[in-house]
Structures are given as C-alpha cells and as structure tokens.
Design a protein around this ligand. Structure first.
Ligand SMILES: Nc1nc2c(c(=O)[nH]1)N[C@H]1C(S)=C(S)[C@@H](COP(=O)(O)OP(=O)(O)OC[C@H]3O[C@@H](n4cnc5c(=O)[nH]c(N)nc54)[C@H](O)[C@@H]3O)O[C@H]1N2
Ligand SMILES: Nc1nc2c(c(=O)[nH]1)N[C@H]1C(S)=C(S)[C@@H](COP(=O)(O)OP(=O)(O)OC[C@H]3O[C@@H](n4cnc5c(=O)[nH]c(N)nc54)[C@H](O)[C@@H]3O)O[C@H]1N2
Ligand code: SF4
Ligand SMILES: [Mo]
Length: 885
C-alpha cells in the first residue's frame, strides 16, 4: 500500500513542509505540503529533488573503529571509555562536542545536557557559530534574549523589504518567491537589496546597493542619523521601551553622509533614495543573513540594523521588524536547547548563577558548566595545541566548512580520539576519525526542527533504518549511560526528550524568558506523532498566543527595555599589494554545503557542475584569464584552483567563490583552506566573506572533459571536478604534467574492462585527443582533451551515456564531439526542476516567447520552484536586446 507522511525539508531554515510518498514498490516521491504554513505547498529545486538524494550509495551503515567494522557495543563502549578517561585524567574541559544546526532538537538537547550538565564542561559548540552567532549576540545585546520578533507573514504585509547580505533567491527560495508574489500583487511594494554582488536576488530589487565589502555598519549608522534628523523616531516607543538612545545617536552623529558615501562606495543618489524610502515607509522588514553575520563586524552590523528598527518602533508589528534569516533547518532549535558554547539551555544564560542553579536542579545533574566553553575557532586551536583529548563531531563537516580548514584538518588528525557521527562514509572529516558512527538520515529519523519564524515542525520517518544506523540522540544517550549517567539518559523515544525540553522551557519561567513551550509538557507518543506545526511561545495552559514580540516592549533585559548599541564603522579593506583581491564566499542555488546529499542528484549537479570563481571582466583581463580558463586563488593560509567565470555581476577587485566543493568532488577547491580564522570579537563568528587573496591564471597543458558510466577513480590531474550526471558521471580536467598515453589513462580512471578498444584519435601536433569506449551499443566513457578549454556541449555528451550507439555514424559523431541535427544540445541547465537548458530557452525566445511566463508555457521552465526565473529573465532579456540591435 502507498504511504504518505508529512514531514519537513532537511535543508534551509525556511522549514518547508513536505509530503513524502512511498509507493508499493518502495519508490519515494516528495511534494510540497499545501497545508504547511511555512510554504503552502511550494518547494525549491533542492526540496523537489529530495527523493533523488536518499539512496544508500555512499552511506555508512555499520559502526567502524579504525576503518574496520565493529559492533555497536564495542564502538559505544570505546567512546564512553575514552571520554571518561580523558575527563578523569585531564578534567572535563579536555573533551568536546562539535555539533550542528542540522541535528534535530531532540539530538541537540541530549548532546547539550550531557556536556553541560553531566560532563560539566561547556565545550560543546556547533556550526551555528559559523552561521548565526553574530545574530544571537546582537539579539542578546539589544533585546536581552535571542528573539526573532517577526513572522513570514510580515514579508507579505511589508511595503518595503530590505534584503541585506542575503541571496534569498538561491538560499531561501521559497521566501523569495513569497516576496516576489507579494510584490506582483502590490506593485507599490519596494525591495532593496544590499550586496556587493549583483545576485539573482537583485532581480526583484527596485534598488540594488552594491556596497563595498563589510561597510554595512556605516550604511545603517548613517541611516540611523538620517531617521533622527528627519523626524522618523517614535519618541513614545523609545522613551517607554528602550535605553541608550543618546549614546547610540552620539556615535551615529559622528558619521556624516559624506563618510557613508566614501566607505560604501555608493552613488549619492542611490544612498539618498534608500534613506528616503526607509524613512518614509512605516511597514519595513529588514532581512539579513550571512553577508551580515559572517563578518569581523557581524554583531555590530546586526545592532546597527536593530537600532534603526527600535528607533522607529517598527518591530513586532504586522509588516515590520528586523528579520534574521536562519540558514540551517534547525539553527533555531539549536539556539533553544543552548547548543552554543556560551549558552545554557532553554534561552538561559551560562553567566547567570540563578540560571545555572535552575538548570542543574531541573536536570538533577552532578555538575553544571560554570563558564562559557570554547567557541569553534578556539576549540580547534586548542585541539592543535593538544588541549582536547577527545572530540565528537556530529552532523557537520568542519574539514570543509571551518576557516583555516587545513589547520583544522591537522588539529583533528592530532587529536588523540575523534568520533564522527555521519550518514556518509567518505567525507573530508570522517576520513580522519578513529570511530565513525552511522546515523539515521532524513526520512529515517524522527524529531522536531524550528524554522526562521520560530515555527516548530515535526520531521517524521517514512523509511526503515538502513543497516545498523542509529539516531543521533540514541547514540548520545547510549554513551551517556555507559559513562554512568543511567537515569538522566533513560530515553526510549524522541517524544520523551521533547517533553522534557518543553518542561525545562517552562520551569520557573512565568514570563521571564521568551522561549516557553510549556503547553507541550507531558505529551505522549501519539500527541507527538500528531503534533502540528506551531510557533513559540506557547506557555502552559495558554492557547495560541501572539506570534510576534516587542510591539509593546517587554524586552528581556532586567529593566524590560531594549538597548540601543553605540556602534561605529570599522575599517573593512583587508587587501594589500600581495593580496589585492577581496574574496567573498557563499552558496549556489542547487548545492547544500559540503554536497554530501545534493551532490548525489544529477539534476541538482547540472546547474553548476564545477567549483568556480566569479571575476569582473577587467580584473580577468588584467590577470590574463579568459572565460572557462582556470584561476588559482591564494591567501597566506592556502590555495584553490577553480574555473573562472567572468561576469559584470561581480564588482571590480572582488571575487566570489562557492563554499561547497571539497576533496570528494574536486582536486583542490576547498575554499575554507584559503579563509583565515578572523572572527567577530563578540560572537566568535568567522569572517568568511572578506578575505584578502591573490588571483592568477592557472596554466595547464591540457584541458579535458569526460563522461563515464562508473565513478572515475583518482584522476590524478592538477585540476579535476567530478559531478553526478544523468546515467553516470561527468569530469572536468586540467593537466599540468604530460600524460604518456591517453588511452591508458582513460582505462585506469574509467575502469574500462580489458579487451575494450578505444575509438578515436590523438593529434600528435596539437596534442588534442578524443577517445570513446563502447560496450556493444553502450557508451562506457568518452574523454575530450585539448590545449584550450574543451568546447564540447556538456549536456549533449552526458546524454550519450544513455543513448544507443549501435549505429557507427553516431559513434563517430560522438568522437567528433558534435551533436547530430536530430538531437540538438540543450545547453547548460537553467531550470533544474524540468531539466531545461539555456539553448532551449534561446530557441523559445527566437520562436516568439517574450517573457519568463511565455517561456514557462512552452517549456515548463521556471514554473515549479521558480528559483531559476531570474536566470530565465536574464536569457530572455539578453536575446531580446541582441535582436533589437
Ligand atoms: N542553495 C543553498 N541554500 C542554502 C544553503 C546552501 O548551502 N545552499 N545553506 C543554508 C545556510 S546554512 C545558510 S547560513 C544560508 C545562507 O544564506 P545567505 O546568507 O543568503 O547566503 P550566502 O551566499 O552565504 O551570502 C549571502 C550574500 O552575502 C553577500 N555579502 C558578502 N559580503 C557582504 C557584505 O559585506 N555586506 C552585505 N550586505 N552582503 C555581503 C554575498 O555576496 C552573498 O550574496 O543559506 C541556507 N540556504
Ligand atoms: N567559506 C565559507 N565557509 C562557510 C560558510 C560560508 O558562507 N563560507 N558558511 C558556514 C555556514 S553558515 C554553515 S551552516 C556551515 C555548514 O557546514 P557543514 O555543517 O560542515 O556542512 P554540511 O555539508 O551541511 O555538513 C553536514 C554533515 O552532516 C551529515 N549528515 C546529514 N544528515 C545527518 C544526520 O541526520 N545525522 C548526522 N550525524 N549527520 C548527518 C552530512 O553528510 C554532512 O557530512 O558552513 C560554514 N562555512
Ligand atoms: S526553501 Fe527549499 S531548501 Fe529551504 S526548506 Fe524549502 S524546499 Fe527546503
Ligand atoms: Mo549556515
């Protein structure tokens, strides 16, 4: 029988509800849940492709010790023993957990409880340090608690949406669509995008402010001054509910309009227009994400924004407020359980003796951490110095995602005992673990997550546990029991943990803390199973309450008031003669972080299949790089080699590179190897968006492109990038050393069976080579090599893996690298949902389509998740402009 289960997407913080349907034959399909209030049925390309990422390929299914299979008992005993011994010999601060905003709340709660209450150390930090910690620090400074005041509905109701440091179109696509739809309905609604790059998000912007990197504080401090001078201050609100206005204004007053222009590099007209819009519009929402948080001035950027909303009283009312967009599916849940090294639990403060006493009594724990633990960057530095004897990494891949990644890798290697809980066997981090524990993945695990608007939703299992995989919370509880904490970790199901978490949130709360979900204390397994998405707060005995905070004050500082913070712009330019470019790093539409899941989908990998760096055309020209050439990017910490993508979307002097690629998918593209560990002084969040680098042309003897049925084995080339493709794999190549015999190289890398002879040629003069291997009518592998970047149509070549090659002429066409007239090359994929390529869109425009909608009618492109609509518009506009010339 077919089974349909309502659950939540495991990717971004939008927290879309999905329905997973398991057909009788086991086939899974995933659609948007029309009833879920976060997305009302919509999904982006990643959510739509979920079913393609849940196969067991590459999964770790049994515990391993030192690379050999082990039983759960043996592995868990060993982990408990190593942690216990380290604590006994070196004290509680000699052990650490490094966890993740992708854990479920129940996993996270148990990890935090074990470390802070039972080990007695606060050495538990999370990848949220790299993600949300500046927002947390800014919220706590201003509000006295880490409170996101608004809701998604505010995005529908606002008359002005400011998106700063957010590439919403690619990173929170369903919210982007929501804003785009609101704007289409009410054309008076304005959108301002603040980003040094012209991203796809800027496509819906009335105003795009391409500020210089890290000059946000100047921009918002200038805005604060402007609001004051233009009578936009809500005097009643400021007097009744805030403190510190005078100091903040004094600090802001020192920054003139001219100074803002100079620092940000904006044209005066644009800056004036932004200030005018913000001043004149009551209903303003300011959304911010990593362009704000991931900065050495991240916390100040957050408070500079909050100051403007507090001064105007535009907070917590419909259509108004600051809005920190969370990245990971459970970034918020992690904050609720206190997963950061400087938090306690249930939004209580580790610095407060009362809070510590309260939590300890609630847990009936033998100890309680009495000081903040090591923040991620400090943690790995302490490890490098030998101060951490045992480490447990769960649901994160720090060898890829931490700044100074090579030093982090060395620190992990140097740590005497490292446990990694993951779902994938081969990751850049897991390869250095002493013990690898197989976790349950999405679809197999159950629990809750909290999205950006404080909405708690269930993730429900719809697949059986594969192999011996075990839920993360259960792994933790098993180890805790083996460490002697039997009663406190006697959980048998996630509902019990959730109920305890709810009880702690309500414990001696009485309105003193924002996070309170006491209404769910004592819920049983059935109630947990049926739990509908709800927003916190939801205190005991109360029906659904107001879902916004602070419209009438009620802040969480002791005096109930919010604080203005006096912030001042800091110098932002890190470049120098040796490292003259500013490297900015971030995300692309169709990959999720270190690609362990999205990298499995051919569809998602077809949008952008290689690591790249975006360069301004003039910069590219000056360093002698043409389009599709290779570029080497270097800082004092490390280097990468990636494809050059030349575009005017990029400002001069700046380079953008994605964070996703790693040693599993490319030769040398781990961008965090280049990023130094510079952090925000208050939050400890790394500055991943402003790195001084050198960029130069990377010269190769031969470029190559190949498609293969089997996963290529160790290409051993200076540049390679591997991606899943329909029917097999695709491989981009660059060789610096001569290869004696291309055919032999192909045989080894594509695992060609003995006796299969290549079809093709090698031109001794040019060094070009084209080789194809067939098994009957099936293409096993084809490889194209040239002195220049290989011009073969990629999607066409990939299609040959699934084509019938009984016909000899077809085989020769393949070797020639030319599509036949019967099968035109669709071009690079634009719409991942329907697999529509750029050439098809161009053809549709030539055929009379004049708009994105018209293209959608003909090709379906852009009609599902819509996250490619901006790109389609670019192609349409480009064609129409070319036709008009
Ligand atoms: N497709 C996809 N979506 C994701 C993720 C993913 O891996 N893939 N990850 C999720 C996670 S965990 C997160 S945290 C979010 C991140 O979501 P976003 O923060 O939207 O994504 P980023 O690409 O990291 O950075 C956003 C933008 O900040 C800009 N920026 C850089 N420097 C500055 C600056 O000084 N000032 C300003 N104003 N802007 C600047 C960058 O150019 C970039 O366009 O995405 C979530 N969604
Ligand atoms: N240069 C640069 N660096 C960055 C950023 C940037 O913008 N620029 N962004 C930062 C940000 S915001 C973030 S959030 C981080 C993200 O960086 P990471 O957290 O390191 O990236 P992920 O690939 O999401 O890692 C999740 C890991 O958990 C595994 N996993 C998946 N499901 C489960 C499960 O249920 N249980 C367990 N135990 N494991 C599971 C996955 O296979 C994967 O190995 O990167 C940060 N690093
Ligand atoms: S916007 Fe996309 S990635 Fe984010 S939760 Fe929704 S479907 Fe998942
Ligand atoms: Mo993140």
């Amino acid at each position: 029988m077919e089974k349909a289960v309502k659950t939540t997407c495991p990717y971004c913080g939008v927290g879309c509800g999905v329905i997973a349907t398991v057909a009788q034959d086991g086939t899974v399909s995933v659609t948007g849940d029309p009833d879920h209030p976060s997305n009302y049925g919509r999904l982006c390309s990643k959510g739509s492709a979920l079913a393609e990422t849940i196969d067991l390929d590459g999964r770790i299914l049994h515990p391993e010790i030192g690379g050999r299979p082990a039983s759960w008992d043996e592995a868990l005993d060993l982990v408990a023993e190593k942690f216990t011994t380290a604590i006994a010999e070196h004290g509680p601060d000699s052990v650490a957990f490094y966890v993740s905003g992708q854990l479920l709340t129940e996993d996270y709660y148990v990890a935090n409880k074990l470390m802070k209450g039972f080990v007695g150390s606060a050495n538990i930090d999370t990848n949220s340090r790299l993600c949300m910690s500046s927002s947390v620090a800014g919220h706590r400074r201003a509000f006295g608690a880490d409170t996101v005041s608004g809701t998604y509905e505010d995005l529908d109701l606002a008359d002005l949406v400011v998106l700063t440091g957010s590439n919403l179109a690619w990173c929170h696509p369903v919210l982007y669509q929501r804003i785009a739809a609101a704007k289409a309905k009410r054309p008076g609604m304005k959108v301002v995008v603040i980003d040094p790059r012209r991203t796809m998000t800027a496509d819906i912007a009335d105003l795009h402010l391409a500020i210089r990197p890290d000059t946000d504080v100047a921009l918002f401090v200038g805005l604060f001054s402007h609001l004051v001078s233009n009578g936009a201050v809500d005097q009643n609100y400021v007097a009744a509910h805030t403190s510190g206005f005078a100091d903040a204004f004094a600090a802001a007053g020192g920054v003139s309009f001219g100074e803002v222009l100079e620092r940000t590099g904006l044209p005066a007209m644009q800056l004036r227009e932004f200030y005018r819009l913000f001043t004149a519009t009551e209903k303003v929402v300011t959304c911010y994400s990593q362009g704000v948080n991931q900065s050495s001035s991240g916390t100040d950027k957050v408070n500079a924004i909050l100051n403007c909303h507090l001064a105007t009283g535009r907070i917590g009312k419909p259509g108004m407020g600051p809005f920190s967009l969370t990245g990971q599916p459970n970034a918020m849940g992690g904050r609720e359980v206190g997963g950061l090294a400087n938090m306690l639990a249930a939004h209580m403060a580790i610095e407060s003796a009362d809070d510590r006493d309260r939590v300890q009594r609630f847990w009936a724990s033998p100890s309680i951490a009495d000081k903040p633990g090591l923040k991620a960057v400090d943690l790995f530095q302490a490890m490098a110095e030998g101060r951490i004897k045992a480490l447990w990494i769960m649901a994160t891949n720090p060898v890829v995602s931490m700044p100074d990644a090579e030093a982090v890798e060395a620190a992990i290697q140097a740590c005497p005992f490292v446990v990694v809980s993951d779902i994938i066997k081969q990751t850049d981090t897991a390869r250095h673990a002493d013990v690898v524990l197989p976790s349950l993945g999405w679809g197999e695990k159950s629990g809750t997550v909290t999205n950006s608007e404080r909405r708690i939703s269930r993730q429900r299992a719809f697949l059986d546990a594969p192999g011996e995989a075990m839920a993360d919370w259960r792994q933790l509880a098993e180890v805790a029991r083996r460490m002697g904490f039997v009663e406190a970790f006697a959980y048998d199901a996630p509902a019990e943990i959730f109920s305890e978490h709810a009880a702690l949130s309500a414990f001696e709360n009485a309105g003193s803390r924002d996070f309170d979900i006491g209404a769910h204390v004592g819920l049983d397994a059935d109630a947990y199973d049926a739990l509908e998405p709800f927003q916190w707060p939801r205190p005991m005995g109360q029906a659904r309450t107001e879902t916004r905070f602070f419209a009438d004050g009620g802040f969480y500082h002791a005096d109930g008031k919010a604080r203005f913070i006096a912030v001042e712009p800091a110098d932002a330019d890190r470049t120098n003669a040796d490292y003259p470019f500013t490297l900015n790093t971030g995300r692309i539409r169709d990959q999720w972080h270190t690609m362990t899941r999205t990298g499995k989908s051919a569809r998602l990998s077809s949008h952008i299949a290689e690591p790249f760096a975006e360069l301004h055309p003039r910069d590219a020209m000056e360093i002698g790089i043409g389009n599709a050439g290779l570029v080497e990017i270097e800082s004092p910490r490390g280097r990468v080699v990636v494809r050059a993508l030349i575009t005017e979307r990029q400002a001069r002097g700046s380079i953008f590179a994605p964070m996703h690629w790693n040693d599993q998918f490319a030769a040398k593209a781990r961008i965090d190897a280049v990023v130094p560990a510079i952090v925000d002084r208050l939050s400890g969040q790394p500055a991943s968006k402003n790195v001084a680098v050198a960029a130069r042309r990377f010269t190769v003897r031969h470029y190559g492109f190949a498609v293969s049925q089997v996963k290529p084995v160790d290409p051993d080339a200076a540049y390679w990038a591997l991606a899943k493709a329909e029917g097999g794999w695709r491989l981009e190549l660059g060789f610096t050393d001569p290869v004696a015999e291309w055919a032999d190289w192909c045989r080894r890398v594509f695992v060609i069976p003995d006796g299969v002879e290549p079809l093709g040629y090698t031109d001794a003069q040019t060094g070009d080579a084209r080789l194809a291997f067939f098994d009957g009518p099936r293409l096993l592998a084809a490889c194209f090599l040239a002195r220049e970047p290989v011009a073969v149509a990629r999607n066409w070549a990939i299609a040959q893996l699934s084509a019938d090659h009984a016909n000899l002429r077809k085989r020769f066409a393949l070797v020639a690298g030319r599509p036949g007239a019967d099968k035109p090359d669709p071009g690079a994929t634009v719409c991942a949902c329907f697999g529509v390529g750029v050439n098809q869109i161009v053809a549709a425009v030539r055929g009379g389509c004049q708009s994105v909608e018209a293209v959608g009618k003909v090709l379906n492109a852009g009609t599902n998740c819509g996250s490619c609509r901006a790109e389609i518009r670019g192609v349409v506009d480009g064609c129409l402009a070319a036709a008009a010339e």
